[in-house]
Ligand binder design. Structure first.
Ligand SMILES: [Zn+2]
Length: 372
């Protein structure tokens, strides 16, 4: 999703920030009293992890140093009070489950159930810093409102917004558009509704249809609140990881074996749970974005064409299972399976008839690495 890779330094000196339909965004309806202030989490993670290492290691050292007799007494004490200790563990597990269950929400538009601990407002607060940083880095490269690049991106964004504003989830966001002069081929959408498009993307796309597919994908991330979901999921994995750290440092015989086991467990959590989750969110944004583009009457058949061309000019360095994003070819294949449904939706929206053949792409030069 919004992975930002500023690779090439930009050069123009004009600046503007446009708002698509300059409206005040209403406050979202999430229940803020249920959520934990995000900054506390950010600080809590490393401290808690360190605390778990110290506690686990401390227990192991204490246990190793304990005379045999005292160990027996300790184990007998545990056996005697097993109901008390067992019920404490049970109550803690149950409370954790209730917390998890009370933070399950339905994803807007797709209805998928997911775990979320942040409201979009809280997340916008966290991301504000990243957003401000981006605007600071590229301040001199924000294109003038009269630039053809801005006109084009605005035209496509407006068409997407107008066609999809019947969804309250789309309409309630205060969309803003900024076009940055840079060879980076990318676009980013923040939870606040700030859409950032790089001129490199506008140069790379063959037509407005491809541009719409990418912009709609980014808009979908914001509408589906993927940033809040991804951070919540990462926090959940953090809790599991901290529990594992405690167990590993308490049970393994030496610091070295505990450190290695911790590293392995962290990698496993990342490859088995974190990265696949991120790729699923990308797929969902591809899916919803395609439908947004279809409703706005764009030629959705260009979606796999775009990703295949991207695969040619910018092949992946990492295999898919090590990446936060699906591989270009698998994205193209999945989009291909969705095209019939998108074309049906397009028809239901009384869109103009599409020409039978797609225009073949121009030959492209090698471009810089990007992720959309
Ligand atoms: Zn994405």
């Amino acid at each position: 999703m919004n992975k930002f890779l500023p690779i090439l330094l930009p050069k123009y000196l004009t600046r503007t920030k446009l708002t698509i339909y300059n409206r005040i965004a209403p406050i979202t309806t999430s229940n803020t009293s249920r959520t934990i202030p995000p900054l506390i989490w950010l600080i809590a993670k490393p401290i808690t992890k360190l605390g778990a290492i110290i506690a686990g290691r401390g227990f192991r050292k204490w246990w190793t140093a304990l005379p045999k007799m005292k160990r027996k007494i300790f184990l007998a004490h545990l056996r005697r009070h097993r109901v008390r200790y067992g019920s404490s563990i049970g109550i803690t597990t149950f409370t954790g489950f209730v917390y998890y269950d009370s933070h399950i929400q339905e994803t807007p538009l797709t209805g998928r159930k997911r775990f979320i601990i942040f409201t979009n407002e809280q997340l916008a607060e966290i991301e504000k810093l990243e957003q401000e940083q981006i605007f600071m880095i590229y301040e001199k490269d924000i294109l003038d409102p009269y630039s053809p690049y801005v006109n084009r991106a605005m035209r496509v964004a407006n068409r997407l917004f107008t066609a999809n504003r019947e969804f309250p989830e789309v309409d309630k966001i205060d969309w803003k558009l900024t076009v940055i002069d840079s060879r980076i081929i990318n676009a980013v959408a923040f939870p606040s509704g700030d859409l950032v498009v790089f001129s490199g993307l506008l140069d790379f796309v063959e037509n407005d249809d491809e541009l719409a597919i990418i912009m709609a994908h980014e808009m979908s991330h914001a509408v589906l609140q993927h940033a809040a979901e991804e951070i919540s999921h990462t926090r959940l994995l953090d809790v599991i990881s901290i529990g594992l750290v405690l167990v590993v440092w308490a049970l393994l015989p030496t610091d070295l074996t505990a450190a290695i086991a911790q590293l392995v467990a962290d990698r496993l959590l990342k490859f088995a749970l974190e990265l696949p989750y991120s790729r699923d969110l990308e797929r969902e944004a591809d899916h919803v974005g395609l439908m947004f583009a279809a409703k706005a009457c764009f030629d959705v058949r260009y979606s796999p064409v775009f990703w295949r061309r991207m695969g040619h000019v910018n092949p992946e360095i990492l295999p898919e299972f090590l990446s936060t994003h699906p591989a270009n070819e698998s994205r193209a294949q999945e989009l291909e399976t969705l095209i019939p449904a998108a074309l049906r939706l397009r028809k239901e929206c009384n869109c103009y008839e599409l020409p039978p053949h797609l225009v073949p792409p121009r030959p492209h030069l090698k471009i810089k690495k990007i992720q959309i």
